[in-house]
Structure formats: structure tokens, C-alpha cells
Design a binder for this molecule. Structure first.
Ligand code: PLP
Length: 388
């Protein structure tokens, strides 16, 4: 394949070489079942424990509060389904937001199908949940509040500590899908009043298919997967030792380099945003000016279809997204942008460019230079574009 410019880091990330180096020996040398008793297996289990410490350190947790899963989606399902079920004797009400990832939204829909009542909080035009709205919606039967840390389409970061405190003050547990935040912004589960937190390796330079759920010590929860006694009896299945070592290494590197990487990526993001907004008219940045992750740029281009732009970009080797990978290809406009009050037309004309540690200033400039004529061409073909 010829050279590509990858700007879909919110969809998935390239695995870091240091992370691959950590995994590789576990395929052909340390391949035993980590739960076996012999020393080769104990070596694997020691690596898993080391990874647990590193993931815990990244989010301010204790190692025994971190449970490995097969994905971010599994962590979300586990937290939401099993907290709801375990605590349903106290009530059957769950609160979430209207801009969650499908892994949360559709799990909440499932809860509704089995008799739970779910409140979907609205968001502001910047994508922010209002703590006052949460305080108004919460009631004695609310067992769980689940609100994402950072949105995957527009990057808005929620006032997590405040939301968590409201949940706690009312006796509800607070879960956050932090899959777009972990490794990209500082997180402290203690200071931010978080009871459960989901994370996923492939969003911060580890491979796909490994994630974790943080469960605060003392929080009662049942198993989603039943089987052997892995993960202290709470999550059955033979440990994915290579994947877990990988996520541990990625967490260690993320913690070491967080400040440096954040400022590098944010600088690229601002250059990209400023370039597009200043050189292409009828554009606007979707999201929140000051509370956002470093890497995500979501822009509406009026009078064009985001999907057409994606195809032209792909033709030039520029890989982006029209929002979430899960809704790309469907003709429905993004539920996130609609919840933020965008018209169907503006939501359809949106493009997400998400940056990461492997992007460069030269790539940003190349993307801007390609976008200018592309948008012009698409608008010339648009029947609604005002001419003259
Ligand atoms: C990617 C993502 C998920 C899903 O994680 P997987 O590990 O791919 O299952 C869930 N929530 C958010 C916010 C995401 O960005």
C-alpha cells in the first residue's frame, strides 16, 4: 500500500513497537496457561499481575480493583448489566446520557427490555451533560449512573467528578466509559468519584481485544461470564496473557509520556482545526472549546455529505471517519451530533479527524491542502450550495 495518512485514532490506534516487543515472547516461549501451577505458567501470571499494577497506576486505582476483559464493550456490558442486576432489589432505575457509545446505549436498551427504567440525559450544544439535570433525574430507586468520560465523536470531556459526587450523594453507583480518555488525559478514580470505569487497549496503542473494568473495592457485582475462577472468580476465561501484557505496557508508557504526548497531539489538533476553519468557509467545530480530549477534531462542512468527503479522502490515502466507526456506512446521521442540536443536514456533513502520537505537522498540512479543493468540488456539485 502506498503511504497513508491515518487520522482515525479514535477508531483504533497503531500498536506501539514497545508493546509488540512485550507481547511476542508470549506466543512461542511463555505460552502456557497462566493459571497452571508450573513455573512457566507462574511467569505468565506474574506478567499479568505486573500489567494489573500498571493499569491501576494509570487511573489511580489499587491493582486488586482492576479486572481484565476481552474489550471495552465487554467492560461496559459487565458494569451496566451486572450492577443493574445485582442491585435491582434497591430499584430498577438507571441514568445515562444521550451521546453514549452504542456499547452503552444498546446495553441500556437491553435493560429496558428486561424491565428497567432508563433516563437518557440531554446534552448542551457543546456535548456537555449538566450536573443539574442529573440531580433532577436521580431518585431513590436509581441504582446506576453511567456517563462517558470523553465522547468518541466530538471529544467532549464531561464534568466527571461532579457527576460522580451527585450519584454518590444519592446512593447510586457511578460508572464511566473512559475508553476515549484513558491514556490521553489524566484520570484519578478517587478524586473523580468513580465507582466503575471501562477502558480498552486499542484506543491507546495496545491491540484490539483486550480491555479492563475498574471496580471500586467493596462494590458488589455479579459475573457476566460464568466459568472458571479467573479474575478472583468474577470474570471467567483463560487470561489473554499477551493482550494483558500489552495493555500493561501501553499503560506504563502512557503514564510516563502523558503530558508530553497530550501537548504534542493538542498542538497538531489546533493546527488542523485552525487551518480548516480559516481556509474553508461554512465550517464549524463540533464539541467543546475547553473541555476536550487532545486528539479529536469534528467539523461540519455545510452543503456536503461527510460520506462523500470520506471517499475522496480515502482516494488520497487519508483515513478519517464520519463519526463513530459503528455508524459509518449507515445513512442515519450521528445520534451524538443530533443530541447536540445540529440539524440533520449539518450532522450529515460532519467529518471526524482524530490524531495520535504518530501524526505529524506535515500530515496535518497535507490534509488541509487536500480538503480545500475537495470541499470546493463537492459544493460545486451540491444543488443547495448558494452561488454568486
Ligand atoms: C471504542 C469504544 C468502545 C468499544 O471498545 P471496544 O474495545 O472496541 O469494544 C466503547 N466506548 C467508546 C467511547 C469507544 O470509543
Amino acid at each position: 500500500m502506498s503511504k497513508i495518512i491515518y487520522m482515525d485514532n479514535a477508531g483504533s490506534t497503531r500498536v506501539r513497537q514497545e508493546v509488540i516487543d512485550e507481547m511476542l515472547p508470549q506466543f512461542c516461549e511463555e505460552y502456557a496457561n497462566p493459571s497452571s501451577v508450573y513455573s512457566l505458567a507462574r511467569k505468565s501470571m506474574a506478567r499479568i499481575d505486573g500489567a494489573r499494577e500498571k493499569v491501576a497506576a494509570l487511573i489511580g486505582a489499587q491493582p486488586r480493583e482492576v479486572f481484565f476483559t476481552s474489550s471495552g464493550t465487554e467492560a461496559n456490558n459487565w458494569a451496566i448489566q451486572c450492577i443493574a442486576n445485582t442491585h435491582s432489589d434497591r430499584g430498577k432505575h438507571v441514568i445515562t446520557s444521550s451521546i453514549e457509545h452504542p456499547a452503552v446505549l444498546n446495553t441500556c436498551k437491553h435493560l429496558e427490555n428486561i424491565g428497567f427504567d432508563v433516563t437518557y440525559l440531554p446534552v448542551s450544544s457543546e456535548g456537555l451533560v449538566s450536573p443539574q439535570d442529573l440531580a433532577n433525574a436521580i431518585r431513590p430507586g436509581t441504582v446506576l449512573v453511567t456517563i462517558m468520560f470523553a465522547n468518541n465523536e466530538v471529544g467532549t470531556i464531561q464534568p466527571i467528578a461532579e457527576l460522580g459526587k451527585i450519584a454518590r450523594d444519592h446512593g447510586a453507583l457511578f460508572h464511566t466509559d473512559a475508553i476515549q480518555a484513558v491514556g490521553h488525559v489524566p484520570i484519578d478514580v478517587e478524586a473523580q468519584n468513580i465507582d466503575l470505569l471501562s477502558l480498552s487497549g486499542h484506543k491507546f496503542y495496545a491491540p484490539k481485544g483486550v480491555g479492563a473494568l475498574y471496580i471500586r473495592k467493596g462494590v458488589k457485582i455479579c459475573s457476566l461470564l460464568h466459568g472458571g475462577g479467573h479474575e478472583r472468580g468474577l470474570r471467567a476465561s483463560t487470561h489473554n496473557a499477551p493482550g494483558i501484557s500489552a495493555i500493561g505496557k501501553a499503560a506504563e508508557l502512557a503514564q510516563l509520556e502523558l503530558a508530553e504526548e497530550t501537548s504534542y497531539v493538542a498542538r497538531l489538533r489546533d493546527r488542523l482545526t485552525d487551518g480548516i476553519l480559516s481556509q474553508i468557509e461554512h465550517t464549524r467545530l463540533n464539541g467543546c472549546g475547553d473541555s476536550r480530549v487532545p486528539g479529536i477534531v469534528n467539523i461540519s462542512f455545510e452543503y456536503i455529505e461527510g460520506e462523500s468527503l470520506l471517499l475522496l479522502l480515502d482516494h488520497k490515502g487519508i483515513l478519517a471517519s464520519s463519526g463513530s466507526a459503528c455508524t459509518s456506512g449507515s445513512l442515519n446521521p450521528s445520534h451524538v451530533l443530533l443530541a447536540m442540536g445540529l440539524s440533520h443536514e449539518k450532522a450529515h456533513g460532519s467529518l471526524r479527524l482524530s490524531l495520535g502520537r504518530y501524526n505529524t505537522e506535515a500530515e496535518v498540512d497535507a490534509v488541509i491542502a487536500e480538503l480545500v479543493p475537495m470541499v470546493k468540488r463537492l459544493r460545486e456539485m451540491s444543488p443547495t450550495y448558494p452561488r454568486g
